[in-house]
Design a binder for this molecule. Structure first.
Ligand code: NAD
Ligand code: LMR
Length: 325
């Protein structure tokens, strides 16, 4: 029997929290032979709802679930954690941009960065889901100076999966046939959806699909999918967001498929013109728990132009939260 891993989920009584906790406890994220201890963090007024989550997890009788801790104390929630999913924060409503959440959510990531720094395992992997995810990751990691920045990532896997699903549907193949999609930059409507290197069943996607469909349909659909879901549901995506977090962590704790990569927003080391330190989504290969940005890819002219927009947006978000860094 493997030693259990401690997984902390913040905002665990929220929409994404409710969708993700049973999947982690089942073994979808860290493996079906990996016992887990779940530490669930909420704010005081959501503790009754969190107690219900705890009881439902108990009632599932998951063989891998060794313990569930519920708390409103970040120190207790992050103590010795190996994986942290920073979900708890305010979601946007209809008509809002994700960056409108900066002021409301920034203090949460200051507090949680500090608690991670003081209490988490030194090897912890931290995935920031709460929006605006890239800049919240910058805030959390800046407040956790003793944890290497490579152990923080902002989630752009949902955008990546959305693009994969659209390509598969259009080509009439399964999602497993799609590889080498890239989401660059910010998890926002300025994200750059890049299929220049993408393959469908091993063939270049640009040979299989119509360029006009890619530009006029695929790209805007993926860029605005979050808003589309909010308009229809009145609340932001939850099941697909939870699934993306599971996929991202599963790959990050293991290895990406050979001949493919995933999109992750990591602190830039200056690759592809992004300012050092900005959390910037790029193609990433993971080898046995160690992520590495795929470097040296050629970018199309249109890509260059759009990368500047998403970079400028990330710079202005960083400038707006300087006091939290
Ligand atoms: P939700 O409102 O249903 O749940 C959020 C939960 O967080 C609530 O239960 C709330 O009590 C809790 N919370 C608030 N402050 C907290 C704190 N300081 N500590 C712990 N918990 C706290 O929202 P949701 O639908 O679960 O979405 C959560 C976040 O994820 C939002 O910011 C949303 O925009 C974001 N999101 C990101 C992606 C992505 O792809 N990166 C996708 C979907 C949603
Ligand atoms: C999403 O992409 O679905 C989330 O970031 C939620 C949102 O605000 O769009």
């Amino acid at each position: 029997m493997k030693k259990p891993l401690v997984v902390t989920v913040t905002g665990a009584a929220g929409e994404i929290g409710y969708a993700i906790t049973p999947r982690i406890a089942f073994g979808a994220m860290l493996g079906e032979d990996q016992p887990v201890i779940l530490k669930l963090l909420e704010i005081p007024r959501a503790m009754a709802a969190l107690e219900a989550v705890e009881k439902e997890l108990f009632d599932c009788a998951f063989p891998l679930l060794q313990e569930v801790v519920i708390t409103d104390d970040p120190a207790e929630a992050f103590r010795d954690c190996d994986a942290a999913l920073l979900i708890g924060s305010r979601p946007r409503g209809p008509g809002m941009e994700r960056s409108d959440l900066l002021e409301a959510n920034a203090p949460i990531f200051v507090e949680q960065g500090r608690a991670l720094n003081d209490h988490a395992s030194r090897d912890v992997k931290v995935l920031i889901v709460g929006n605006p995810a890239n800049t919240n990751a910058l805030i959390a990691s800046s407040n956790a100076p003793d944890i290497p920045v490579i152990q923080f990532s902002a989630m752009t896997r949902l955008d990546h999966n959305r693009a994969v699903a659209q390509l598969a549907h259009k080509a009439g193949v399964s999602a497993g046939e799609i590889s080498k999609v890239i989401i660059w930059g910010n998890h926002s409507s300025t994200q750059v959806v890049d299929v220049h290197h993408a393959e469908i069943g091993g063939r270049p996607a640009l040979d299989v699909l119509d360029v006009e469909w890619i530009q006029k349909d695929l790209i805007p659909t993926v860029q605005h999918r979050g808003a589309e879901i909010i308009k229809l549901r009145g609340r932001s995506s939850a099941a697909s967001a939870a699934n993306a977090a599971v996929y991202c962590m599963r790959d990050w704790f293991g290895s990406t498929s050979p001949d493919d990569w995933v999109s992750m927003a990591l602190a830039s080391g200056g690759q592809y013109g992004a300012d050092e330190g900005l959390f910037y989504s790029m193609p990433v290969i993971v080898d046995n728990g160690t992520p590495r940005v795929v470097e040296g890819l050629e970018l199309s002219d249109s890509c260059h132009q759009f990368l500047q927009l998403t970079l400028d947006e990330l710079r202005s978000e960083r400038d707006a939260v300087r006091k939290f860094l």
